[in-house]
Design a protein around this ligand. Structure first.
Ligand code: NAD
Length: 256
């Protein structure tokens, strides 16, 4: 019988790449995301890989919507084998001007949503004596950059949450790990490159190398597939003894 996975924020970027990788393995996929064409994106992946799927545009800022999302998935497939908490947003500002509502939104979506969703699926994982929780943190879960106080706090926080549930799940066949990407080429980064070119009057190459990839020893964006393949590995039987860790895929950023 096919395994079931929930991936939040899976109608764009890293989440979508992970959905495609798990679809290729035949998983039932519960898609989520706020893209206006999210239902079509999910349907396309389902058609291409001939998998069963659900698309639920639950807002990760709203705990009741998160709980309802988990309930829909459990009603449809009975349990959840793999949960990837991936949905996330970013906002960049010096602390003194950092808007309170942006702080609250980043903590809610990038950190608190993972608590609510993991809590909601946890009983089915414990009962089944199998579960894989994969949290998409960031290199900013391990080190800081200026002007990203909320994001860095949330991404550090989710690593702590992951370690805690790794301990709680250990005797129930549940593992929990974080993946910590450096800069990954997703649509949101494309937009940022354009904005930065205008703001700094730089070429695309200058923006990429001197603004974005300054901290990555390998001066290249990380492909989304690299994150997807790590998620697949963490979900596999081979990774049964790996739990509570934070895995950087960051082109050498945090080696320094
Ligand atoms: P993205 O913007 O392409 O995707 C983010 C997804 O989250 C989208 O589907 C979006 O609709 C969804 N989302 C945002 N707010 C939501 C909400 N309130 N409710 C439900 N869904 C919501 O970005 P991405 O680069 O693919 O980011 C995915 C994850 O990877 C994020 O947690 C991000 O912090 C992390 N990350 C990204 C990078 C990078 O360089 N792109 C680096 C490190 C970590």
């Amino acid at each position: 019988m096919a395994k079931t996975i929930i991936i939040t924020g899976s109608t764009s970027g890293i989440g979508l790449a992970m959905a495609r990788a798990f679809a290729k393995e035949g998983y039932n996929i519960a898609f989520n995301g706020l893209e206006p064409n999210g239902a079509e994106i999910a349907q396309q992946v389902a058609d291409e890989f001939k998998i069963d799927h659900l698309f639920v545009p639950a807002n990760m800022m709203v705990p009741q919507q998160i709980r309802d999302f988990a309930a829909q998935v459990i009603t449809k497939w009975g349990s959840v084998d793999v949960l990837i908490n991936n949905a996330g947003i970013q906002f960049v500002s010096p602390l003194e001007n950092f808007p309170e509502d942006k702080w609250d939104a980043i903590i809610a979506i990038n950190l608190t949503a993972a608590f609510h969703l993991t809590k909601a699926v946890w009983p089915t994982m414990k009962e089944k004596k199998f579960g894989r929780v994969i949290n998409i943190s960031s290199a900013h879960g391990l080190v800081a950059s200026e002007f990203k106080s909320a994001y860095v706090a949330a991404k550090h926080g989710i690593i702590g949450f992951t370690k805690t549930i790794a301990l709680e799940g250990a005797t129930f066949g549940i593992t929990a790990n974080s993946i910590c990407p450096g800069y990954v080429h997703t649509p949101i980064i494309d937009m940022q490159i354009g904005d930065q070119m205008k703001a700094h009057n730089m070429t695309k190459e200058e923006v990429v190398n001197t603004v974005m990839l300054a901290k990555q020893a390998i001066k290249q964006f990380i492909p989304v597939e690299a994150i997807a393949q790590m998620a697949l590995y963490l979900a596999s039987d081979a990774a049964a003894q790996m739990t509570g860790i934070a895995i950087p895929i960051d082109g050498g950023w945090t080696a320094e």
